[in-house]
Design a protein around this ligand. Structure first.
Ligand SMILES: O=C(O)CC1=CCC(=O)O1
Length: 96
């Protein structure tokens, strides 16, 4: 199943910079491992915001939930999830 996920990061202003830097490094490694596995198919920065729009390709909503709960930045994120279906005009075989 494909899901569009929008993540907005709100790091508390009083978090020490070293702590924030460590969490961001863990987040990057976590994200890149899932991208290598093909589960985190795309990630884009939303211009002008500390937000990303991502496409996940996972078995079901339960798997997506586990992935999102495991994000190192999860405690500092607002997350919106939308389930995606194949568009009838799509020419891509992997849009399902
Ligand atoms: O910077 C972000 O948008 C949060 C994030 C998600 C995966 C990653 O590497 O950073």
């Amino acid at each position: 199943m494909l899901f569009k996920v929008e993540m907005t990061v709100n790091i508390p202003p009083d978090m020490p910079v070293t702590t924030a830097t460590e969490i961001k490094a863990k987040e990057k490694a976590y994200s890149q491992a899932l991208q290598q596995e093909g589960k985190w198919r795309h990630i884009w920065r939303v211009a002008g915001l500390y937000s990303n729009v991502s496409i996940f390709d996972v078995k079901d909503a339960d798997e997506l939930h586990e992935i999102l709960m495991g994000l190192p930045l999860y405690p500092y994120m607002d997350i919106q999830v939308d389930a995606l279906c194949r568009h009838p005009s799509s020419i891509r075989n992997d849009d399902k």
